[in-house]
Design a protein around this ligand. Structure first.
Ligand code: MRU
Length: 344
């Protein structure tokens, strides 16, 4: 995709402001970790792998110009601030902890050398994510027919990663292998990642995309318009329970009802073997205004109560397969996910 989601340039982090898409393409520049933390919290950047990359780059900025005697304490403070931004996507903590291991291994370096080591690791996390998505896309393509119509939810594309995407990486790999592919994208209330972001990036890549309201998914499934569902994940537990954008679980129920395969594109960085099942995954709740306002205008009566969980958990039993960069996991996931994580 022509537009970069995130980029390290001249010791600053640049991100396209996803809140403004598709109306405006505005790139924001952050020179300190506090700015990066705020960008993650306020959804300038979003999507599990992308916020992992952003957090790693934020750590590198945060450690810059720190005398090495203070480096560990400084890291602890920066890591805490970045980890507090969003709780559900495990990629965030995964990337920060990986930066922490590089710090610990290089504490004897002077401040300049330590910063360069941290910067190199953050850029490596970015580059590895690109490679992971390409590989995951190739495995996912094995599950996609020709022609195929794929239903997706939220945005698990280039905008949600360092580039290429996970669920949309499968779409791109299938299209690039010559298959005739089209996508149905749920609009994904309330933040509209589907109609704003998925539609935007697929249009840029000239992949045919049809947007539907979330409530229309059962209808298109019952009309046999969909060959498979492919979604991303923010955290997948050891037993294969999948946390992803709110609205994913009902989609899995509907796919099962209509005999349509339900696939999850999950880079290994989003699989958390320390989480035994979905009940242990922390679910973020976001502001009431996402429900009571639309485009800055109030649409619900003042004083109404709201409940706005940003993610739901799809039970493993509804998941046909989990696609990773090292291969495809099938039930029972407790065995297959561990085997893929431990495969080198
Ligand atoms: O709240 P968001 O937009 O960060 O939620 C993103 C999702 O739920 C994605 O599906 C998930 O992070 C996978 S992205 C490859």
């Amino acid at each position: 995709m022509a537009v970069k989601t995130i980029e390290w340039r001249d010791n600053s982090v640049r991100m396209i402001d996803q809140r403004l898409l598709p109306a405006r393409e505005v790139v924001r520049t952050y020179r300190d970790y506090k700015g990066v933390a705020e960008a993650i919290r306020t959804m300038v950047i979003r999507g599990a792998p992308a916020i992992g990359v952003a957090a790693a780059m934020g750590v590198a900025l945060g450690i810059r110009n720190t005398a090495h005697a203070q480096a560990s304490a400084r890291f602890a403070m920066v890591a805490k601030a970045l980890k507090a931004t969003r709780p559900t996507a495990v990629n965030l903590a995964w990337a920060i902890d990986r930066m922490g291991r590089v710090l610990e291994a290089n504490l004897e370096l002077d401040a300049g050398e330590l910063f360069r080591a941290m910067r190199a690791e953050a850029i490596a996390i970015y580059e590895e994510d690109l490679a992971v998505n390409r590989s995951l896309g190739k495995f996912g393509n094995e599950l996609v027919g020709d022609p195929a119509t794929i239903l997706t939810h939220c945005n698990a594309g280039a905008l949600a990663t360092a580039g290429y995407g996970t669920a949309l990486g499968v779409v791109r790999a299938a299209r690039d292998s010559g298959k005739n592919i089209q996508v149905y994208a749920d609009e994904t209330r309330p933040f509209l990642q589907g109609s704003r972001l998925t539609a935007w990036e697929l249009r840029k890549d000239r992949i045919p995309v049809t947007i539907i309201a979330d409530s229309m998914a059962a209808t298109v499934l019952s009309q046999k318009k969909i060959d498979c569902v492919v979604v991303g994940t923010d955290r997948t537990a050891a037993n294969g329970d999948v946390a992803n954008k709110i609205g994913t679980y009902p989609l899995a129920v509907m796919a099962r009802r209509h005999g349509v395969p339900f696939y999850v594109a999950a880079p290994l960085s989003s699989i958390d073997l320390n989480c035994p099942n979905g009940a242990a995954i922390p679910i973020e709740e976001r502001a009431a205004s996402e429900l009571t306002e639309f485009g800055g205008k109030r649409i619900a009566p003042a004083g109404v109560l709201t409940y706005n969980p940003a993610f739901d958990v799809t039970p493993a039993e509804l998941v046909t397969a989990i696609i990773t960069e090292r291969g495809i996991a099938y039930p029972p996931y407790t065995k297959s996910l561990r085997a893929l994580k431990e495969k080198s």
